[in-house]
Write a protein that binds this ligand. Structure first.
Ligand code: ZN
Length: 264
């Protein structure tokens, strides 16, 4: 009897260990696997809006309309296959002053990829972005936020800065309503926060047959939530920056602190 219990107990322990490991791989803040960008300067009233998984017309365009009306610049972590399908939207993102990030070619779980396969995911997307808009980005965000030492090391070897986030994901993909999405975000924002919303769904080709279920592509709640978030945070005195601006402000901040320390 005792012996028979050992196996399920061992299995449960292994399962628990795997679960903890997996949670750590997706936890946006942990620096266990290598340094990532999680937030900006903690003493500046600025916040970065980021949009993942597009471009996904017409929702990406609607978000761009909101951002233009509000004079806000954001960062779009685009999926390569969606870039190739919607190059005009990528050109508009760049033309209107927003930043781009690489969110891989087809949104795989990078933990299960070989180093060579990771490289292909990054290169194909980089080429698609360049073909669409004539620019390259050195920012990347792993799909699902899932990363380990190999993912971060490979991204860095390719010259990328890995960008995570600090505001817990508002689960906008569950479509809880734009007011709920917005309150989940603004209730958790502080100085230097990085926010994640979704203008697409894993880079699915939503405009082309065979069409996936409608809700899989519908990001109208993110469009409305974006307006609410911008209005609320602006009324609280926040300024909106792209990730490159946020990084520049962080670097300036660090330099200032270093100077302050060395002249003390
Ligand atoms: Zn994603």
């Amino acid at each position: 009897m005792k012996l028979n219990l050992r196996i399920p107990l061992l299995a449960a322990l292994l399962g628990a260990a795997a679960y903890v490991g997996y949670k750590l791989a997706e936890d946006p803040g942990n620096q266990l696997w290598g340094r990532t960008v999680v937030a900006g300067p903690a003493d500046q009233r600025e916040v970065a809006l980021t949009f993942d998984d597009g471009p996904n017309p017409p929702y990406t365009d609607s978000i761009l309309d909101v951002l233009r009306d509000e004079h806000v610049r954001a960062t779009f972590f685009v999926v390569g296959r969606a870039v190739a399908a919607n190059p005009a939207t990528v050109r508009r993102i760049v033309r209107e002053g927003h930043a781009l990030g690489n969110h891989t070619w087809d949104h795989p779980h990078m933990l299960v990829l070989s180093r060579a396969a990771m490289r292909v995911q990054l290169h194909r997307t980089d080429d698609a972005i360049f073909a669409a808009a004539g620019v390259r980005t050195k920012l990347m965000r792993p799909p699902f936020g899932a990363r380990d030492f190999a993912v971060i090391d490979e991204a860095k070897a390719e010259g990328y800065q890995v960008v995570m986030w600090s505001v817990p994901l508002p689960k906008d993909w569950e479509m809880p309503g734009d007011a709920t999405i917005a309150s989940r975000v603004v209730d958790n924002v502080g100085d230097g926060s990085i926010i994640v919303l979704h203008d697409g769904n894993r880079g699915l080709h939503c405009g082309r047959p065979p069409l996936p279920a409608p809700h899989e592509c519908d990001r109208s709640q993110d469009v409305a939530a974006t307006r609410r978030i911008v209005e609320t945070l602006r009324s609280r005195g926040f300024r909106f920056v792209t990730i490159p601006q946020l990084l520049a402000d962080s670097a300036r901040d660090a330099a200032r602190h270093t100077v302050a320390r060395s002249t003390r």
